[in-house]
Write a protein that binds this ligand. Structure first.
Ligand code: PLP
Length: 285
């Protein structure tokens, strides 16, 4: 089946989709993106992603070209047109094409909105059963990581380093502490059974899955602490895991080749994954 994508008001076969070479997303990474998961053809935790989208565009003074309700309608139409059961819907909005190339905003920007859907079996992913390895890299990103910018070169390099080491994710390190994963939030479970994840600030992206997992954990009387942690603390802990829309909750079983606990997904991570999947299915729209 031919993939159908959305570009600026039209649903077109992927091969026919076009964006100008003068698009500021392409020239300056002047744009914002979001990714929502899909289970059984329904969107997961989508309001949280749309709220973050609205905040991100606001932080770069970019007006969405359509309403949030229209975005939801397009997401649903992409799911339907592509016959998507489980996977992801990606959206990207940029400050549009402007000639000549100039750093400052164009006077009358015409934002470009591109959206597409892709299939992925998030629930039955093999890595959810085995856990994943991570490598550590210095966090070389800009100072506004709370904005979900399409400027992802630092993460591209981090995740390439991970791939070359046979790992699925990179943990980025700043001042001796983990900021987050290349495309995920980082958690550990201490020997005292405290879930620890870095506090939101401009140093990290406020993960939607992180937020939901923290709430689900607190509702179950688990202790959650928002603070930075080091790799040594992760290695001394009981469990480590990552969260994101594209993988939900997955155990981290090695860090730079050193095993976390017994090198297998721990019971807390496994349980939180189950709880998240239940939440996802129960609240899908
Ligand atoms: N941190 C970064 C840097 C990310 O790119 C992502 C997702 O892409 C996340 C965290 C996880 O966010 P979410 O749970 O909203 O997918």
């Amino acid at each position: 089946m031919q993939q159908i994508v959305y570009v600026d008001g039209s649903f077109v076969p992927a091969a026919d989709a076009k964006v100008s070479v003068f698009d500021r997303g392409f020239l300056f990474a002047d744009g914002i993106y979001e990714v929502s998961a899909v289970l059984d053809g329904k969107l997961i935790d989508n309001d949280s992603h749309l709220a973050r989208l609205q905040r991100s565009v606001g932080e770069i003074a970019l007006a969405l070209p359509v309403t949030l309700q229209r975005i939801v309608d397009i997401q649903k139409e992409l799911i339907a047109r592509n016959d998507l059961t489980d996977g992801l819907v990606y959206l990207q909005v940029t400050r549009g094409a402007a000639i000549p190339r100039d750093f400052a905003f164009p006077k009358h920007p015409k934002p470009t909105l591109v959206m597409f859907a892709s299939a992925k079996d998030i629930v039955n992913a093999a890595s959810a059963k085995t856990g994943i390895g991570v490598v550590t890299v210095p966090d070389i990103r800009w100072a506004r990581r709370d904005i979900k910018s399409v400027a992802l070169l630092a993460q591209v390099l981090a995740k390439q380093a991970a791939a070359e080491a046979g790992c699925a994710e990179a943990w980025m390190i700043e001042d001796g502490k983990v900021t987050e994963g290349g495309s995920s939030s980082a958690f550990i479970l201490t020997q005292d059974d405290v879930l620890v994840t870095r506090q939101n600030s401009s140093a990290i992206l406020p993960g939607c899955t992180r937020k939901a997992v923290m709430k689900l954990a607190e509702e179950r009387q688990l202790r959650v602490e928002e603070r930075a942690f080091s790799v040594d603390e992760a290695l001394a802990g009981k469990e480590a895991f990552i969260t994101s829309a594209s993988l939900f909750v997955q155990a981290v079983v090695t860090i730079d080749g050193r095993t976390v606990a017994n090198g297998k997904p721990g019971p807390m991570t496994t349980r939180l994954r189950e709880i998240y999947v239940e939440f996802a299915r129960a609240t899908a729209v």
